[in-house]
Design a protein around this ligand. Structure first.
Ligand code: NAP
Length: 292
């Protein structure tokens, strides 16, 4: 039976460290501040934003809550970002994705000053990640790497299979895991992958980030593997109060009987993502205050 990785507990340690860093910044008259931009009323996006703002407050940080109608034009959003870039009281800028269809995400992400790109999605941040330079690392991949480092397993030389190649999870995660400080051998899978199970079965570490509920079944994993479930999928459940519940990309019950370590959904990767965001905001504020 797998050990269930407690993402909340590991995240809490990172958040406490960010809180200490914030206290040190406050003594120098700097209050770390994240501007959080949300367009529209999507309930899932709103709940992510609320969770992030709550975590910022708990760390003693400020947040600038900017909720705009879904009809906001791309030009108006870009103008807002330009003003936040200039605002010395704002250390980080987060635009909650996905954006309404009439807005080009790429334009918006690229408009954020890389010094305030705490989500790590700007081409400069991703370029630095590829080159092994210091920069903001996207929060979910960074959180997964931090989780893996907490496990009593050898990452050096391990075969890590990343299921998914999105710009925000799969791709940066594959790069991060293959960097020399982690030194895993990485395989990336996607919808073009032939015989997916034959590859996932080779994984010492399997990270599922496909956005498909229970895609990973027990016969797709090697006995004793570490399984990290990134998926957050709303599935219908008439017995649940809201009529739905969250399900990961992994068939948790069956896979936990075969894996050595597994993350739950919720309570695994999600809290780590928020913790890494808080850490990045502390980092951005320290850099703005020339404390590095
Ligand atoms: P995405 O942009 O939709 O990317 C999904 C990736 O999975 C794509 O590369 C896709 O391949 C691949 N894929 C989908 N179905 C597949 C299949 N049957 N076989 C092989 N590959 C398959 O999603 P994302 O933004 O990376 O997010 C992935 C999941 O993680 C979602 O459930 C999302 O909600 C969740 N998430 C969680 C957190 C967190 O903090 N917990 C953060 C971010 C995302 P193609 O490229 O070929 O289409």
């Amino acid at each position: 039976m797998a050990v269930i990785i407690d993402g909340r507990a590991i995240a809490q340690k990172i958040r406490e460290d960010a809180k200490r860093r914030t206290a040190a910044l406050l003594e120098r008259g700097i209050r770390p501040c994240l501007a959080v931009v949300l367009l529209g009323e999507d309930p899932a996006s709103a709940s992510y934003v609320n969770a992030k703002e709550k975590a910022l407050a708990e760390a003693g940080m400020d947040s600038r809550d900017l909720r705009l109608p879904a009809s906001t034009s791309e030009a108006d959003l870009l103008a807002l970002i330009a003003s936040l870039n200039r605002d010395s009281l704002v250390h980080g800028i987060l635009v909650q994705l996905p954006l309404p269809r009439h807005i080009r995400e790429e334009r918006v992400i690229t408009a954020i000053d890389p010094a305030k790109d705490v989500d790590g999605f700007h081409p400069v941040s991703l370029g630095k990640l590829v080159l092994g330079q210091t920069g903001f690392i996207p929060c979910t991949p960074n959180g997964i790497a931090a989780l893996l480092r907490e496990l009593p397993i050898t990452l050096n030389g391990a075969h890590a299979v990343v299921l998914g190649r999105s710009n925000i999870v799969g791709k940066p995660l594959a790069i991060l895991l293959s960097r020399r400080d982690i030194n895993a051998t990485v395989t990336i899978c996607h919808t073009g992958t032939k015989d997916l199970a034959s590859i996932t079965r080779q994984a010492d570490i399997l990270i599922a980030a496909a956005g498909k509920p229970a895609l990973v079944s027990a016969d797709m994993i090697k006995a004793g593997a570490a399984v990290i479930d990134v998926g957050v999928n709303r599935v219908e459940d008439p017995s649940a109060k809201k009529g739905w519940r969250l399900r990961g990309d992994v068939d948790f019950k069956a896979v936990s009987e075969k894996a050595a370590y597994i993350t739950p959904v919720p309570g695994g990767v999600g809290p780590m993502t928020i913790a890494m965001l808080i850490r990045n905001v502390a980092e951005a504020a320290e850099q703005a205050g020339n404390l590095h």
